[in-house]
Design a protein around this ligand. Structure first.
Ligand code: J2J
Length: 546
């Protein structure tokens, strides 16, 4: 049975001392955290799902059963477990079960498909997969079978619901009955889980976050956002995303003793009904969903007066839309600019209207270091836009198992190259101007142009392909694939191209929204140009065209 040495994220000793002495890292682990909350808030509601409501004591007990069941299967501390669950209460009992057993969840999105899952399972490498039987019309049992046969390292598959040939979560917990899991198996400097990067170049990378650094962000996020034991958080976005997970998200809410209300969809009608029913106090959205909520609100028959704050992040919110939030929804807006790699910025609840509508906030920590540099890594003049580099008590120093990405993404002195172009205001607030690298931010889902191009080039009728971002009124950005067919006779249709991407086992959001066939790339610059320049040229062409 595989036994892994617990993973660690390495900060140089001087930084470990600094962050510990400053009180950021308290030495607490997730396994203990829930046990503590279960003592303090035993009968208070922790999670509300479509059918069930669990108190802290119940959640804690379920997490223990999951932990014991996993150990009974033979999985050891340090085992890596690919978790692909929608917004259901079991998401929370499973991840806390893994934490309690000292195992490491890898958070896949429900939208991920076989190719992405196999990549995560190989890259980790993962020892087990925990999923659901069906969700949103998709058969995850069949997908789990394919994954299991494709990735021999996955020794166990556990599914919520009808597990088919696999073990169900219910059975697993049953097997855990009567078995005591030792407390405190992890160390706070261990990696608690692997988060998935949006992926700017090629395939998604795995982001190792430690107990110490992540719990620090939860504690501070809860404080900054005024989240306490009376708060009720509506999880409308998929909770495997870092934003609804931790800023302050469902984990920050549980950190504070509040209650998490899970919605299986972010659509306004369903969410408004939940807000009314459970007296939800805050939620987090990406800008396109906010637009939907703004359009729906005047026609709504629900009472959402309990809602105090809507946080918006994941992609740029334009001031014109930001200004509509309070008058239309009667709530306070909070902008959040964060990344799964670490750095999170918030506008503060007492900030003036201008800061809230025009900036993306300021960092959580006094020790978040911000550098804004030009293309040669030289600091730009104050107030000018440039590349955002950052280092701090909860920003990673390296991706998991990926030396080439690490060489590209971090400076020699440990700053993370975010890929974002930002401006820093005199008050220390960041304004996001755009992206330096080629990913498409489609309604908050990040798509790597390179990853999609590689799949398009594998199509037998495609000679060359370039994927670019196009501004979109609703999505913020949409994706457009420019394709040079191999021959005019065998020219595929746009539909074939879209189907091809789906058949390659990729998430639906990666399917190009638009496909344009061209005879050649009209390269005006002399000599060979980089793909980056080509994409920029095509993108410009599209904008002029519209
Ligand atoms: C513009 N771009 C933004 C914003 C993220 C909180 C909130 C969001 C994320 C997230 C997160 C943006 N305006 N307000 O993890 O904890 C873009 C930037 C950034 C990238 C990170 C959190 N908020 N972005 O979105 O890892 O380009 O995290 O580098 O998914 O989203 O994406 P991700």
């Amino acid at each position: 049975m595989t036994s892994h040495i617990p993973l660690q994220q390495i900060w140089p000793t001087e930084f470990v001392q600094k962050y510990t002495q400053a009180g950021y890292w308290e030495g607490q682990c997730f396994g203990d955290l829930l046990a503590q909350r279960a003592q303090d808030y035993a009968d208070q509601l922790a999670v509300i799902g479509p059918q069930e409501q669990w108190s802290y004591a119940q959640l804690n007990q379920k997490a223990s059963l999951v932990a014991a069941g996993l150990q009974q299967l033979g999985l050891k501390q340090g085992a890596r477990v690919l978790v692909q669950l929608p917004n259901i209460p079991e998401f929370i009992s499973v991840v806390f079960g893994l934490f309690r057993a000292g195992m490491i969840p890898i958070y896949a999105l429900p939208a991920h498909r076989i190719t992405e899952l196999a990549h995560f399972a190989d890259q980790a490498p993962a020892d087990a997969y925990i999923g659901v039987d069906h969700f949103d019309g998709f058969d995850y049992v069949q997908q789990a079978q394919t994954l299991h046969s494709r990735c021999p390292q996955l020794q166990h598959v556990i599914l919520v619901g009808e597990a088919g040939p696999f073990i169900s979560l219910e059975q697993l917990m049953h097997q855990g009955q009567g078995i005591t899991v030792p407390d405190n198996v992890s160390h706070a400097t261990d990696v608690a889980f692997l988060q998935i990067s949006g992926g700017s170049t090629g395939l998604s990378k795995l982001i190792p976050r430690t107990h110490n650094d992540y719990i620090y962000t939860l504690r501070e996020s809860a404080r900054i956002c005024g989240v306490n034991a009376q708060s009720r958080f509506l999880a409308a976005l998929p909770i495997a995303h870092n934003f609804p997970m931790s800023s302050p998200g469902f984990l920050g809410t549980l950190y504070a003793g509040g209650c998490v209300v899970l919605s299986s969809t972010p659509e306004p009608e369903a969410c408004f009904a939940l807000i009314e029913k459970h007296r939800v106090s805050f939620t987090s959205l990406v800008p396109p969903l906010l637009l939907m909520w703004l359009e729906y609100a005047p026609h709504s028959r629900y009472d959402i007066s309990s809602l105090q704050t809507i946080q918006v992040g994941g992609a740029k919110l334009i001031p014109e839309v930001a200004k509509r939030v309070t008058p239309t929804l009667g709530v306070q807006l909070q902008q959040v600019f964060g990344m799964a790699e670490g750095l999170v910025n918030y506008t503060r609840l007492h900030d003036d209207a201008y800061l809230v509508t025009h900036t993306q906030g300021r960092p959580i920590s006094p020790d978040d270091e911000i550098r804004i540099v030009d293309d040669n890594d030289q600091p730009v003049a104050p107030g000018q836009a440039g590349h955002l580099l950052t280092r701090g008590p909860y920003t990673i120093r390296a991706y998991h198992n990926n030396p080439s990405a690490n060489a590209r993404s971090f400076t020699a002195d440990g700053f993370y190259r975010t890929g974002d172009i930002v401006q820093l205001t005199e008050q220390g607030y960041l304004i996001v101007q755009g992206r330096a690298n080629d990913h498409i931010n489609r309604a908050g889902e990040k798509i790597s142009a390179e990853e999609i191009e590689d799949h398009l080039l594998a199509h037998p009728a495609v000679f060359d392909a370039a994927v670019v971002s196009v501004p979109d009124d609703y999505l913020g950005e949409r994706s457009c694939a420019f394709i040079i067919p191999k021959s005019d006779h065998a020219k595929p249709r746009a539909l074939d191209i879209k189907r091809w991407i789906r058949q390659r086992g990729l998430a639906d959001f990666k399917v190009p929204d638009q496909v344009i066939f061209v005879d050649k790339f009209d390269i005006t610059a002399a000599g060979k140009i980089s793909r980056k320049q080509l994409r920029a040229q095509l993108s410009q062409l599209l904008q002029n065209y519209h």
